[in-house]
Design a protein around this ligand. Structure first.
Ligand code: GDP
Length: 482
C-alpha cells in the first residue's frame, strides 16, 4: 500500500481503552513516539525507583506504581499498576505503545489519563488507534472496519463475520477479483503498445468469459450481503394481529420478562413496544404493534400508524391469530396488508395461538385468507403462550427461514458492510458495461476504462485511493480508545 509509514504521526495519543464503567481493571493506552518517555515519567518500580521504559525488552509487562509529582518534586502514589511496553512496529498501532493496567474505577482511570495528558500526550479521537494501525500499514481498511464491527457485534454470527473480515477473508476475495481485472487491463495496454508481441485476435471472447466469471462472483457476494446484514444486525420483526390475540404475550415470552402490559381489555396495547431478543441463534428486533384496525380513538390511531410503519420496515412479520375465536374482518384486513408486504419479498409466519383453548378456527379458513386473494399462505405454526408450547418450533423455523445454519456451515464470506456492498455493486456495473462494449464490438480502449473503474472501486474496500475525508468518517465511528 502506498500509505505505509509516510503517514506515521509524530504526536502521541492516549485514551482509556477499556469500558467507561466500574470494572476490575482499566487500561490507559498511550501510542506514539513519546509513549515510553511519558510512561517513564509516571511509572515507578516496586522499589519506587525510576526506570527507562524504552530500555525494557519489547513485549514485557511489569508491576509497579503510578505516581504524581508536585512542584517540589515530592511523589505521591496514585495506583498500583501493571505496565506493558510494545515497541514499534510490533504493536496494535505499529507505533511505540505503553499500556497502563490500573484498577478499573472511572475516577481513577480519568485521574491517570489526566497525568498522561499533562506529560504531553494528546487525547485520542474515536478510532484513532485503529486508524494509526491502518495508516501504519498493518491492516487494510476492510480489516480496520472489522475491528469496529467486532466490538459492536451483538451476536455470534456478527462476531464470526467480523472476525473473518478482520482475518482478511473479505480482503483476500476482493484482491483476487482485482488481480483478475488488473491482468486484463495490463493485457490490453500491452497489446495496444506492442501489437507485434501481443495479439488481440479473439481477445474479446476471452475477456467476455472472464467478465462473466467476475460478474458471477460479484453477484454471489452481493446476494449473501443482504442475508449477512440481516444476520449481523438482527431481523426487524413486526408482531401483528388483531387485539387480544396474544401479541404482547408473545413479546413477553420471547423477551423473558413482563415488558409489555398484558390485559384482557381489547386495544390496550396502544403504542408499539420494541425489544431485541435472541431466537434460534438470530437476533430479532421485535415490535409489538397495536391491533391494526380502523379506529376512532386518537391514541389508538397513532398506534395503528406505527403498526403500519413497523410492517413497512420489517424483514419478518409474525401474524398472530387467536385460534379460540372465529376469524373476523380484522384478520382479513391484516392478511391483506401482509399479502402486499409478502409481494415485496418480506417473510411471514402465521402463529395460531391459544392452542390450550378449544379451537374454533380451521387451518383451511386461515389459508383461505391468503389463497382467496391469489396469494400463497405463509407457514402456519401453533402456539400457546399460556403453556409455552410451540415456542421452540418458532425459533427453529425463524432460524431456517434466514438460512443461518446454512451460512454458518458453509463458512461463506460475507460483505456485511454497506460501504463494501456499494463498492461491489459499482464494480459489477462496470463489468456489465465491459460486456456491453464487447457485444457491441467496441474497441479495446473502451474495455479498459470500465475495467479500470471496477479495479478502482474494489480498491476502495481495501482503503486504496480512498479520500481522506472518508477515512476520517470511517474511523470517527469507532469508540474512544480503540
Ligand atoms: P394482544 O392484545 O394481542 O397484545 O394480546 P395480549 O398478549 O395482551 O393477550 C390478551 C389475553 O390473552 C391475555 O389475557 C393473555 O393472558 C391471553 N393469552 C395470550 N396468549 C394466550 C394463550 O396462548 N392461551 C390462553 N389461554 N390465553 C392467552
Amino acid at each position: 500500500m502506498a500509505l505505509i509509514y509516510d503517514h506515521l504521526q509524530n504526536d502521541t495519543i492516549a485514551a482509556i481503552a477499556t469500558a467507561m464503567s466500574e470494572a476490575g481493571i482499566g487500561i490507559i493506552r498511550i501510542s506514539g513516539p513519546d509513549a515510553a518517555a511519558i510512561g517513564s515519567a509516571l511509572y515507578r518500580t516496586p522499589k519506587r525507583n525510576r526506570t527507562q521504559i524504552a530500555q525494557w525488552r519489547p513485549g514485557t509487562i511489569r508491576f509497579g506504581y503510578i505516581v504524581e509529582t508536585d512542584e517540589k518534586g515530592n511523589e505521591s502514589l496514585i495506583d498500583e499498576v501493571m505496565l506493558s511496553w510494545m515497541k514499534s512496529p510490533h504493536s496494535y498501532t505499529t507505533e511505540d505503545t505503553v499500556e497502563i493496567n490500573t484498577h478499573g474505577g472511572m475516577f481513577l482511570m480519568n485521574r491517570i489519563l489526566e497525568l498522561v495528558l499533562k506529560c504531553g500526550a494528546r487525547m485520542a479521537e474515536p478510532g484513532e488507534f485503529t486508524k494509526r494501525a491502518f495508516l501504519g500499514g498493518r491492516i487494510d481498511l476492510a480489516r480496520a472496519e472489522a475491528v469496529m464491527d467486532l466490538i459492536s457485534s451483538g451476536n455470534e454470527f456478527a462476531r464470526k463475520t467480523s472476525a473473518a473480515q478482520l482475518e482478511g477473508a473479505v480482503s483476500a476475495r476482493i484482491k483476487e477479483l482485482r488481480e483478475k481485472i488488473l491482468y486484463e487491463i495490463a493485457f490490453i495496454e500491452s497489446a495496444l503498445d506492442d501489437p507485434e508481441n501481443y495479439s488481440l485476435d479473439g481477445y474479446p471472447d476471452r475477456l467476455m468469459e472472464t467478465c462473466r466469471g467476475l460478474e458471477k462472483e460479484m453477484r454471489s457476494l452481493l446476494s449473501h450481503a443482504e442475508e449477512g446484514r440481516i444476520l449481523k444486525e438482527g431481523i426487524r420483526t413486526a408482531i401483528v394481529g388483531r387485539p387480544n390475540v396474544g401479541k404482547s404475550s408473545l413479546l413477553n415470552h420471547l423477551a423473558g420478562e413482563e415488558r409489555a402490559i398484558v390485559t384482557e381489555i381489547e386495544g390496550t396495547t396502544r403504542d408499539t413496544l420494541s425489544e431485541t431478543v435472541r431466537v434460534g441463534g438470530v437476533l430479532l428486533h421485535l415490535t409489538d404493534t397495536a391491533g391494526i384496525r380502523q379506529t376512532e380513538d386518537k391514541v389508538e390511531q397513532i398506534g395503528v400508524h406505527r403498526a403500519q410503519q413497523a410492517l413497512d420496515s420489517a424483514d419478518l412479520i409474525l401474524f398472530v391469530i387467536d385460534s379460540s375465536r372465529a376469524l373476523s374482518m380484522e384478520d382479513e384486513e391484516i392478511a391483506e396488508r401482509i399479502i402486499g408486504k409478502m409481494q415485496e419479498g418480506k417473510k411471514c409466519i402465521l402463529l395460531m395461538n391459544k392452542t390450550d383453548l378449544t379451537c374454533l378456527v380451521q387451518e383451511e379458513a386461515v389459508r383461505d385468507l391468503f389463497t382467496s386473494k391469489g396469494a400463497d399462505c405463509p407457514a402456519i405454526l401453533y402456539s400457546s403462550l399460556q403453556t409455552g408450547e410451540g415456542m421452540e418450533e418458532l425459533g427453529e423455523y425463524v432460524s431456517g427461514l434466514f438460512h443461518t445454519g446454512e451460512i454458518a456451515e458453509k463458512n461463506e464470506i460475507f460483505i456485511s458492510n454497506l460501504r463494501h456492498k456499494n463498492a461491489v455493486k459499482e464494480a459489477l456495473e462496470s463489468i456489465c458495461l465491459v460486456e456491453d462494449s464487447i457485444e457491441n464490438g467496441m474497441s479495446e480502449d473502451f474495455f479498459s476504462i470500465d475495467l479500470m473503474n471496477a479495479y478502482r472501486v474494489l480498491g476502495t474496500i481495501l482503503g486504496e485511493a480512498v479520500e481522506d475525508d472518508l477515512v476520517e468518517e470511517i474511523f470517527s465511528k469507532f469508540c474512544l480508545g480503540k
